[in-house]
Design a protein around this ligand. Structure first.
Ligand code: GLP
Length: 251
């Protein structure tokens, strides 16, 4: 694992965008696994800025998102499809048909999960997977549990995730209780994992995920056995890691 310690959210976003743009420049037809949440917003803004300057094109890129709430329409302001359109896709030159997000309105969600795994297989997996980490260690919507679920699946969101995500909804009771998420199998089969974390409130879970035991109780901990993980965090989010741990992983 490589760790980049940055001063603040702006620097984290710039570094993460740099790593993504390197991938896109090196492999213009790459497949990017994308994430929602507040952590990657700055990264998307930086990529948009470089695109506007004429330095970066997404014309041949394909994107596959991690997850979507069940029962939210793509044009619902809190759906992850809507988030991706507003925060990224509408501002770059990606072909709309090359952007994939699970369909939260699929009449048969189990079938939708199967289709999503087939899609991932057809694409040959992702070249780079961007990830944030939930406060309980979830990645995508792979919530803490007794096992790592490999394939795309329907998940019951935990009370802590519902609570954390209620900040985007009028009230906690408006937060969907279920979601479709890419499984740990697809996340782990990406060529490179890029994790972005920011803020003191993530410090504890960052330590548990990257320095603690590998356990489905902390889904992100599985990343410890991926061969190419880049963790980009600000000083606050990395504050529970010792200097030796950061140095041992950094370069
Ligand atoms: C949501 C998303 C995750 C994201 C997490 C953390 O639950 N499903 O993919 O990583 O929130 O979000 P944030 O970056 O806002 O802390």
């Amino acid at each position: 694992m490589r760790i980049y310690e940055e001063a603040d959210y702006a620097a984290v976003s710039r570094r993460a965008a740099n790593l993504i743009s390197a991938e896109v420049i090196r492999r213009p037809d790459c497949v990017l696994g994308l994430a929602t949440g507040s952590s990657p917003i700055g990264t998307y803004r930086q990529l948009i800025a470089w695109h506007r300057q004429g330095d970066l094109s997404f014309k041949e890129v394909t994107t596959v998102n991690l997850d979507e709430y069940l029962c939210l329409a793509p044009n619902h302001s809190q759906s992850y499809r809507y988030f991706m359109q507003e925060e990224f896709f509408n501002h770059i030159d990606i072909k709309p048909e090359n952007t994939y997000v699970p369909d939260g309105l699929a009449p048969d969600p189990i079938e939708e999960c199967r289709k999503y795994d087939n899609l991932l297989r057809t694409l040959g997996g992702t070249d780079l997977q961007l990830l944030g980490i939930g406060h309980n260690g979830h990645i995508g919507f792979n919530e803490p549990g007794n096992e790592f679920v490999k394939s795309t699946h329907v998940v019951d969101l935990t009370p802590s995730t519902i609570e954390a995500n209620s900040r985007f909804f009028p009230s906690p009771s408006d937060v969907p209780r279920k979601a479709i998420t890419m499984g740990i199998g697809a996340i782990m089969s990406t060529r490179r994992v890029l994790v972005v974390v920011s803020g003191e409130d993530k410090a504890e879970i960052v330590r548990a995920a990257f320095m603690g035991p590998i356990t489905p109780k902390v889904p992100a901990s599985i990343l410890q056995i991926h061969g190419d993980v880049v963790l980009v965090g600000d000083t606050a989010a990395l504050s529970r890691l010792t200097e030796t741990e950061v140095k041992a992983c950094g370069f």
